[in-house]
Design a protein around this ligand. Structure first.
Ligand code: ADP
Ligand code: NI
Length: 215
């Protein structure tokens, strides 16, 4: 099967299997990551086939809901069934496993440019206007509150702490979103992240003015 057909088939497969995902991590997240990853990949001269596969498959069987080995297993089965060679399958899986955000205190170590590209695209979707929308959707889904002034954001979280504890939507900005611009891998990613970062800062400024009845 040629690469174009593999990508097309994978796109349909991902669309089908993400139909019941929770809001904010649905097919449209994957769609946006794919668009952005392709844009960055062109500028970074990364292998487009690997980048597209990773972007499409990176959130399949989300590790937070299905455990960390469910995604890789599904990916191996799927790409194997399309006849993708083992070397490429291993590469895709390596990147997907590394892409799971493990908390602000845990360093990243993407080995290849393809991994760096998709990680940047995924992170860009967590910041800016879309990022803000996703935070509040996620918080509502988890029945978390918008903000509780007594609860301070946590710093340098370990992986075990990242998904636990009392979190509010606003604290998530300080625990993750505002940290992402300094963790971008590529020049293009950094530039876009900085723009989206400034937009979030403006948003938070306005939020606290309104919170305190000042505006
Ligand atoms: P990723 O797609 O990078 O793996 P996650 O699965 O951790 O990100 O989160 C999906 C979306 O939900 C992201 O936009 C993220 O910022 C947001 N999110 C994750 N955890 C929280 C939280 N505790 N409160 C609010 N939003 C969250
Ligand atoms: Ni993602």
């Amino acid at each position: 099967m040629n690469k174009k057909a593999i990508i097309e088939k994978t796109k349909n497969y991902v669309k089908r299997s993400m139909r019941n995902e929770e809001p904010g991590h649905d097919w449209w997240h994957t769609y946006r990551v794919l668009k952005m990853a392709k844009r960055i990949a062109r500028e970074e001269k990364a292998d487009m086939f690997i980048v597209e596969l990773v972007a499409l498959l990176h959130d399949i069987a989300d590790w937070k809901f299905h455990g960390i080995s469910a995604g890789p297993k599904k990916i191996r089965e799927w790409l194997g069934s399309l006849g993708v060679d083992k070397e490429n399958i291993d590469h895709v899986i390596e990147i997907v496993q590394e892409s799971y955000f493990k908390g602000s205190g845990v360093p990243d170590k993407m080995r290849t440019i393809e991994g760096k590209v998709v990680q940047d695209a995924d992170r860009l979707d967590a910041v800016g206007a879309i990022g803000i929308a996703r935070v509040f959707t996620y918080a509502g889904y988890k029945k978390n509150l918008i903000f509780i002034p007594e609860i301070k954001p946590r710093k340098n979280m370990k992986f075990s702490e990242y998904k636990k504890g009392d979190v509010t939507a606003i604290n998530h900005f300080y625990e993750k979103l505002l940290l992402l611009k300094d963790r971008m891998n590529t020049k293009t990613g950094k530039k876009l992240a900085e723009r989206r970062h400034r937009f979030m800062e403006r948003y938070l400024k306005q939020f606290f003015k309104e919170w305190n009845g000042k505006e």
